[in-house]
Ligand binder design. Structure first.
Ligand code: GLN
Length: 271
């Protein structure tokens, strides 16, 4: 049977030849998933031989990754704000950019907070665990909400998952904060997207109509209706959506940039 160091070398070569980013790291992540060990194990035991069942699982994971499946959908997990979230192809894989939304929300959070399009629950669960606010997690997708609920349960967060279309079921002036990382990719950007994203992540969570703005157009007026006076709206933005989104908001705004300097989060307060 093959030894660990050779299995990693062969896996990394296969991934590299298939054009996968970070082939060595990816091989390590996939083998650690197949063996139920962490990556440090490989450095301590390079000469250990794989068991047959580990070799079979590893081979299957390599094959899936070479076909374009994101590593996180193979291992079913992604770290966000210091915690491991379960992910499935029913939800977007949480991105580090979205941690800026958390940072922007934390100092403003109070009362009842609604996360629109909760997906994995990265935002709602993190805010529930980091603050004492009451978190309601909405998604139009029932499959996504099951992942939201699973993450809340595993991480010990108290949130209320609700299946509905944006904020239509909420009463006027009933909410203290609305947060959302809505689908904001333009349909016509489809061809220029990474295949991992385009072919594997849920289109429902990615695409916001032709120009990427259709969800903002519906969500912002609804948010304005359900927010209490003094309540806050925080939205993640696509790389070029700031001017169009700003124009939809009937209040002064502030902006948080991501590490690449892109305006990534817009914050505003209802008067
Ligand atoms: N950040 C994701 C991407 O560009 C899109 C997320 C979204 O539409 N909210 O891959």
């Amino acid at each position: 049977m093959i030894r660990l160091h050779a299995a990693l070398q062969q896996g990394a070569k296969l991934l590299e030849d298939a054009g996968v980013d970070a082939p060595r790291l990816t091989a390590e992540v996939l083998l650690s998933h197949a063996m139920h060990v962490d990556r440090a194990y490989f450095y301590a035991h390079p000469e250990q031989e794989l068991r047959e069942v580990e070799w079979i699982h590893y081979g299957r994971y390599l094959h899936e990754r070479m076909r374009g499946k994101p590593t996180q959908y193979i291992t079913h997990k992604q770290e966000f704000y210091g915690r491991d979230f379960v992910v499935s192809p029913s939800v977007l894989i949480p991105r580090p950019e979205t941690e800026h939304l958390i940072e922007a929300a934390l100092p403003l959070v109070r009362g009842v907070v609604v996360d629109v399009g909760a997906g994995s629950g990265a935002i709602a669960v993190t805010l529930a665990l980091e603050t004492n606010a009451t978190l309601i997690a909405l998604d139009v997708s029932f499959d996504a909400l099951q992942v939201t609920a699973e993450n809340a349960h595993r991480l010990g967060a108290k949130i209320t998952p609700v299946q509905c279309d944006l904020l239509t079921t909420f009463g006027d002036a009933s909410i203290d904060m609305v947060v959302s990382n809505p689908p904001y990719v333009a349909e016509n950007a489809r061809d220029s997207m990474q295949r991992e994203v385009r072919d594997w992540e849920p289109a429902l969570a990615l695409f916001g109509g032709k120009d990427g703005l259709s969800i903002y157009q519906r969500l912002i007026p609804q948010a304005w209706r359900v927010l209490r006076p003094g309540g806050h709206l925080l939205l993640e933005l696509g790389f070029d959506s700031l001017p169009a989104v700003q124009a939809m908001i009937p209040a002064p705004i502030s902006i948080h940039k991501d590490l690449a300097g892109i305006p990534r989060v817009i914050v505003c307060q209802k008067a």
